[in-house]
Design a protein around this ligand. Structure first.
Ligand code: SAM
Length: 327
């Protein structure tokens, strides 16, 4: 219980280390508090105490000569690690923490804890705070990269030439699909400011004949044509009414014989069977007002969106591919 209650200390120690740039300053070779003091401008005595606290939680190792080296876990906080965990730690403190401090609010009232803390939705907040918006997209893209291999392997595109990644963020899934299937072209659809960042990060990796970018609002219209529409971790951000609106707009855009696949975690019967999914559900309740769902609930959403469930494939990464057709 003590360890659970003290979780805030771990989160803020990581955040302080990032604020001082320690993971970047601590290169491959061990360094002393004195050396890091010169690099960061922090007083060496207090920096030493911070480094020892970081050693106590496993972010770095304290060596016998009183120098410190980043641990394997600590290495993941470096910007060049590609883990997205640096960005996640920044979001944890600056974006999610104030909302989670008001968690009780979203249990007792019809409002998210995020709205209680910030007076707006997280989408609006990140649009107005581009640094956090970029951190969010980078973190999600890294997560998607890390766990999309089994998703990509399970998506059947043998007879598909064009896919649309709706609410695709930085395009991590689309990129992986295009790399795995040279015959495929794709379109990434998301909010205009997200698409601008994604288009820049894709660079010249694929020519414009293989990837296009479309910015818009999926509550207004989904103005993209494809044979397969993918929505990964999109409907879990929304309550049923909003999720159905998104699906109906996809349905309206879908040509005859097109498919749509939700890529989502599926709620277990009991929390102990998939605790990570249960924690994502709590995050959705606090932050977006969305929810994780069971298979029956996905089937109902699809039906109300004008789609018919075709099949479900579970993947090793814990995501299910819930495929539907326009009847
Ligand atoms: C949880 S993220 C999922 C991103 C990506 N599919 C992934 O799994 O990494 C949800 C995405 O929905 C996008 N989104 C939110 N509201 C939107 C809207 N009104 N129109 C289009 N996209 C929207 C967000 O910008 C974000 O990229």
């Amino acid at each position: 219980m003590n360890r659970l209650i003290d979780g805030y200390q771990t989160t803020t120690l990581v955040y302080a280390a990032l604020g001082l740039g320690l993971p970047e300053h601590m290169g491959a070779a061990p360094c002393t508090a004195q050396e890091l003091a010169s690099a960061t401008g922090a007083p060496p005595g207090r920096l030493f105490r911070l480094l020892r606290a970081l050693a106590a939680i496993g972010i770095c190792e304290e060596l016998p000569d009183a120098s410190f080296a980043l641990s394997q876990a600590g290495q993941q906080l470096r910007a060049d690690s590609g883990s997205g965990l640096r960005e996640k730690a920044i979001l944890a403190v600056e974006h999610y923490w104030p909302a989670w401090a008001a968690f009780e609010h979203c249990v007792t009232r019809e409002q998210t804890a995020f709205a209680a803390a910030f007076g707006m939705t997280p989408w609006e907040y990140r649009r107005d705070h581009p640094r956090l918006g970029e951190a969010f997209n980078t973190w999600l893209a890294a997560e998607t990269r890390a766990n999309c291999a089994s998703v990509v392997a399970a998506i059947d595109v043998a007879r598909t030439s064009r896919v649309a990644d709706i609410g695709g963020g930085n395009g991590g899934l689309l990129r992986a699909l295009l790399l795995a299937h040279p015959h495929l072209s794709g379109v990434l659809f998301d909010q205009p400011h997200v698409i601008r960042q994604a288009a820049a990060s894709f660079g010249e990796e694929f020519g414009s004949h293989r990837v296009q970018f479309a910015g818009g609002d999926f509550f207004a219209q989904v103005p993209v044509q494809a044979e397969l529409y993918l929505l990964k971790s999109v409907v879990h951000d929304w309550d049923d009414a909003d999720a159905v609106r998104i699906l109906r707009n996809c349905r309206a855009a879908m040509p005859a014989h097109a498919r749509l696949a939700l890529i989502e975690r599926v709620l277990p019967e009991r929390a102990v069977q998939a605790p990570a999914t249960i924690m994502v559900d709590a995050q959705m309740m606090a932050i977006t007002g969305g929810r994780e769902r069971g298979l029956g609930e996905f089937e109902r959403l699809l039906r109300h969106g004008g789609l018919a469930l075709r099949g479900v494939t579970h993947t090793a990464a814990g995501f299910a591919i819930i495929e539907a057709l326009a009847p």
